[in-house]
Design a protein around this ligand. Structure first.
Ligand code: GUN
Length: 284
């Protein structure tokens, strides 16, 4: 039986320290985040509701700015700009994905770096690309959450062969750099990679972030492998599942994360931590 790396357990053990930290900064300013939500993508609605719940649980303020799905780019930019200028707001995220008419925008760089609690802005990514991370760096939430989970389980990265499957701006690329900063040997794979099973089979640790339900099975793994499943989708029965075939692998790898209850809660936890960091940077 593999070790189950649970994000849900991590959050329940660490929520109190986040609450205390939020309480401290709240003596000067209650952290306040706004989420821009364009349209009503069901997955986005669900993610945003988890963010709201944890944010309010630690004592911070949360507001959703709902925007019509056919909004024109210029009007959308005006809304973002207004929130950027609002001194009351400490953190802002633009929930992705966005409708096609907004995809031409420089979306990752619209939120001011000091309010960019998603950690997508090039000015924030610089810290991880240059290996100059500090306590106050705003690191992308899913990659940050993955690192927290690995550290919590005392999984050493130095010298390990790590394979990242997926090259997105928000997960694959930042994880690649964070692992490299810890002196792992990192391979990044994507849709054009040849022999994916063969490459994954050589890895000590695999991070799978594709969004292709349960494709990662025993043909990719071995008994000593540690698997972090970032994928989240719904199967034919509308059941939430990850990229990893959990049932097939739970008895034949060293450790793996479940879906739900694995990386997802870590993303939300890291977002709220980033909100507190952004507020502390402004007021301490
Ligand atoms: N959509 C899916 N994941 C994310 C995320 O981490 N941040 C934002 N803004 N949108 C997302």
């Amino acid at each position: 039986m593999a070790i189950i790396i649970s994000g849900k357990d991590y959050v329940s053990q660490h929520i109190d320290s986040l609450k205390t930290r939020c309480g401290e900064i709240s003596k000067k300013k209650v952290p306040f985040m706004k989420v821009i939500l364009v349209g009503a993508n069901p997955a986005s609605l669900s993610y945003v509701s988890h963010k709201k719940k944890l944010c309010e649980k630690v004592g911070a303020k949360f507001e959703i700015v709902e925007i019509h799905p056919e909004v024109e780019a210029q009007d959308f930019l005006k809304i973002v700009d207004e929130i950027n200028k609002d001194a009351e707001v400490d953190g802002m995220i633009i929930q992705l994905p966005l409708p096609s008419q907004l995809k031409k925008l420089d979306i990752y760089n619209l939120v001011l770096p000091q309010k960019d609690i998603d950690g997508f802005h090039v000015q924030n990514l610089k810290d991880i690309y240059e290996n100059k991370i500090t306590e106050s760096s705003l690191i992308p939430c899913t990659p940050k959450g993955v690192m927290k989970l690995l550290d919590f389980h005392k999984i050493e990265l130095k010298g390990k062969d790590v394979v990242v499957v997926g090259r997105s701006h928000i997960v694959g690329k930042p994880i690649f750099h964070l692992m490299l900063n810890r002196n792992a040997t990192v391979t990044i794979c994507h849709s054009n990679t040849k022999n994916l099973p063969e490459i994954c089979k050589r890895a000590d640790i695999v991070v799978v972030a594709v969004g292709n339900s349960r494709f990662y099975n025993s043909s990719f793994s071995h008994k000593d492998q540690i698997i972090i499943d970032v994928g989240i989708s719904r199967d034919q029965e509308n059941k939430l599942c990850g990229d990893v075939d959990f049932k097939e692998l739970e008895d034949c790898v060293q450790a793996l994360t479940p879906v739900p209850g694995g990386v997802g809660p870590m993303t939300v936890f890291s977002l709220i931590e980033n909100l507190i960091i952004a507020t502390e940077k402004k007021y301490i």
